[in-house]
Design a protein around this ligand. Structure first.
Ligand SMILES: Cc1cc2nc3c(=O)[nH]c(=O)nc-3n(C[C@H](O)[C@H](O)[C@H](O)COP(=O)(O)OP(=O)(O)OC[C@H]3O[C@@H](n4cnc5c(N)ncnc54)[C@H](O)[C@@H]3O)c2cc1C
Ligand code: SF4
Length: 450
């Protein structure tokens, strides 16, 4: 146990967020650095439980008490080794994960839980800074080849593990950059993209090949892949969005979050000077009060929206863990993310009934009704209609044509790049599959010859 009295003598502490008026002027991450001594004390709050429920809360089974102990002992080098034992990308999870481990922490029964997520991200950031994270290429190749379809965190983790096991791995991605939702969904202020890039560099050095701009099923068929590779991993994510098919949905000025966020991320990547859907000076309504909604909120504020209103169908959750969601479950409590802290109005227990447009076909108002959830259902009889309140006009769609033009430019550029690649020595697949195979064969022979 790190510090037998740590949980009694030290209060939970988190790093400060940068001041709101400063951070909404830029796109950098919102948290300030947390000094190493304070973090070691936080790790010392861990009780090294006989049955560490944090393990059960963590979908990766992170060895949390082990690295808390190591950090308290200032053995940061060993801590990153234990962290990597279960987690390929702690710099992603340490920034993005909603931390069900903390909800399950035993200390949370009657006190504030250990700051597990902060310890995690601090370990990996320090390890990168110190140069402790280096490529781990396999000692020998198995001769097997694997195609991974999709380059989100799932595909990347699978690819890294397979490559380290000695297989020859290529990751196919239909988008122009590798990273999936890490790249184009999650805004820069939640995770700066250099974290993704440095992992990709490590993976390339370990032998993983990246094939962006290749949509499997369009540019290559699954049959092609099956012929070329010994195995295929499908990690294509869930890019189908959920629509709101109500009256007025066809009006212009209504966007899906994943139409709005990717171009904002592309501005940070240098593809555009300004997002084709830029809400500067506009009144914005966000339908959906979850994390993706919060990402839209933070993005809208950084673009200079005149006002932002976020609607949520569920009632405002309580501040404290509700009785029906006891420890160690993940409770639905009222959360104030960094984006919420930056402004905007949150309205709970409302359902959008209809979008109202102007004569030009632009959305202007939303009609809402207050709703109550009874036994997990929003029954018709429960709606108490409010007479068409104007929550705020969603911005007129001056930019849709620009969005299409920008999309077309990116698509054309990708196609040109793809054509150039296809003019090379052989089909794209050959370069990964065949080279891998011949290296593999050589390796196999040498093993057999021994
Ligand atoms: C806006 C937003 C914010 C989020 N924020 C968080 C957060 O803060 N914390 C958190 O834990 N989770 C968050 N999530 C959820 C998280 O991003 C996803 O759970 C995670 O990215 C899923 O990883 P994945 O690898 O399965 O899929 P994805 O990240 O979706 O990656 C799948 C990839 O497969 C590619 N692909 C699909 N079909 C093909 C094909 N035929 N050929 C080639 N490539 C293909 C796609 O282009 C995509 O790049 C967020 C999601 C969104 C949308
Ligand atoms: S449950 Fe909390 S106190 Fe117990 S081992 Fe895990 S992090 Fe430490």
């Amino acid at each position: 146990m790190a510090d037998p009295r740590g949980f009694l003598t030290t209060d939970r502490q988190l790093p400060e967020r940068r001041p709101v008026d400063v951070r909404i002027q830029d796109w950098q991450e919102v948290y300030q650095d947390f000094d190493a001594r304070s973090l070691e004390k936080q790790a010392g709050r861990c009780m090294d439980c006989g049955i560490p429920f944090c393990h059960q809360g963590c979908p990766l089974g992170n060895l949390i008490p082990e690295w808390n102990d190591l950090i308290y002992d200032r053995d940061w080098g060993q801590a990153i080794e234990r962290l990597h034992a279960t987690n390929n990308f702690p710099e992603f999870t340490g920034r993005l994960c909603p931390a069900p481990c903390e909800a399950a922490c035993v200390l949370g029964i009657n006190a504030d839980p250990v700051t597990i997520k902060q310890v995690e991200v601090a370990i990996v950031d320090r390890a990168w800074e110190a140069g402790w994270i280096t490529p781990q290429p396999p000692e020998s190749l198995t001769g097997h080849t694997v195609a991974v379809i999709g380059s989100g965190p799932a595909g990347l983790a699978a690819a890294q593990q397979l490559a380290r096991a000695g297989h020859t791995v290529a990751v196919y991605e239909r988008s122009d950059r590798i990273g999936g939702l890490l790249r184009y969904g999650i805004p820069e202020f939640k995770m700066e993209k250099h974290h993704v890039d440095q992992r990709l560099a490590q993976m390339e050095a370990e032998g993983v090949k990246f094939r962006p701009n290749v949509e499997v099923g369009v540019d290559v068929t699954v049959a092609d892949l099956r012929r070329r590779y010994d195995a295929i991993v499908i990690a294509t994510g869930a890019t189908a969005w959920r629509d709101l098919p109500i009256e007025g949905r066809e009006l212009t000025g209504i966007y899906q979050a994943m139409e709005y966020l990717p171009p904002a991320n592309r501005v940070q990547e240098g593809d555009f000077e300004e997002s084709p859907i830029d809400v500067e000076g506009q009144h914005v309504v966000i339908i959906g009060g979850g994390d993706t909604g919060a990402d839209c909120l933070g993005t809208a504020h950084r673009q200079g929206a005149a006002s932002v209103t976020q609607l949520e169908i569920m009632a405002r959750p309580p501040q404290e863990r509700p009785q029906a969601q006891p420890w160690p479950t993940y409770p639905m409590t009222y959360r104030v993310s960094s984006a919420h802290e930056e402004g905007g109005e949150r309205i709970f227990a409302v359902s959008t009934q209809r979008f109202v447009g102007d004569d030009d076909g632009h959305v202007r108002n939303l009609e809402l009704s207050e709703v109550e959830c009874v036994d997990g259902r929003f029954g018709d009889g429960i709606h108490r209609a409010r007479a068409g309140p104007t929550i705020g006009a969603v911005r007129p769609d001056a930019h849709r044509a620009r969005l299409h033009r920008a999309d077309r430019r990116v698509r054309d550029r990708n196609r040109r790049r793809l054509r150039r690649r296809r003019c090379g020595p052989g089909p794209i697949l050959d370069r990964v599959g065949d080279r891998g195979r011949s290296r593999g064969r050589r390796e196999r022979r040498s093993v057999l010859d021994r």
